[in-house]
Design a protein around this ligand. Structure first.
Ligand code: URA
Length: 193
């Protein structure tokens, strides 16, 4: 059990739990406000993320930032963003189950320290790992699931939206539902004046 975020990060950056450590440039630990009430979880770093050490910094990340802005969320202010695996899978293939298993305790430790109220899974891989293994993201995106005190939702991955822009309105709908849920359940994500 980690009690310090800095120590958790320090250890994570040295991780050699799976073979992805051999091909990575950087461990992508996460970005944002570690006191946030809302945690977004993606799949794993791509090329840009591996080079820069930050999640969602490529084209998909730019789209994500725009969608976040629509509901007044900002990676540098009121949310945190992490991934299921913290090192880039070669050629951006899906992370293997054994790589996810080798990595997931880092994310668990982040969740234990952050204690977010809402987790948003970006895409199928995160939704299967975090919400339920048989989730059908095309049907079940935008629905809220509850586990103990934690509220969870999956939405379409921004990279999927870039490939299939017809899915964008559905994803925007999810974000509007998310805003309502945040207003209902969070205390300081939207600071009221
Ligand atoms: N896609 C993801 O799932 N995560 C990233 O950090 C970048 C792209």
């Amino acid at each position: 059990m980690y009690e310090s975020w800095d120590k958790l990060k320090e250890d994570c950056l040295k991780c050699q739990n799976c073979s992805l450590c051999k091909t990575r440039t950087n461990v992508v630990f996460g970005v944002g406000n570690k006191n946030a009430e809302v945690l977004f979880i993606g799949e794993g770093p791509g090329e840009n993320e591996d080079l820069q050490g930050e999640p969602f910094v490529g084209r998909a990340g730019q789209l994500l930032d725009k969608m976040l802005k629509v509901i007044d969320l900002d990676r540098n202010k009121n949310i945190y963003i992490a991934n299921i695996v913290k090192c880039r899978p070669p050629q951006n293939r899906d992370p293997k189950l054994e790589e996810q298993e080798a990595c997931i305790d880092w994310l668990r430790a982040q969740v234990n320290l952050m204690k977010p109220k809402i987790i948003v899974c970006l895409g199928r891989i995160a939704a299967m790992k975090i919400i339920k293994p048989d989730i059908k993201i095309t049907k079940e995106h935008g629905l809220f699931f509850k586990k103990k005190d934690l509220i969870m939702m999956a939405t379409l991955h921004p990279a999927a939206l870039l490939r299939n822009p017809l899915q964008k309105p559905g994803a925007f709908d999810d974000f509007l539902k998310l805003r309502e849920k945040i207003e209902e359940t969070c205390d300081h994500t939207y600071i009221r004046n």
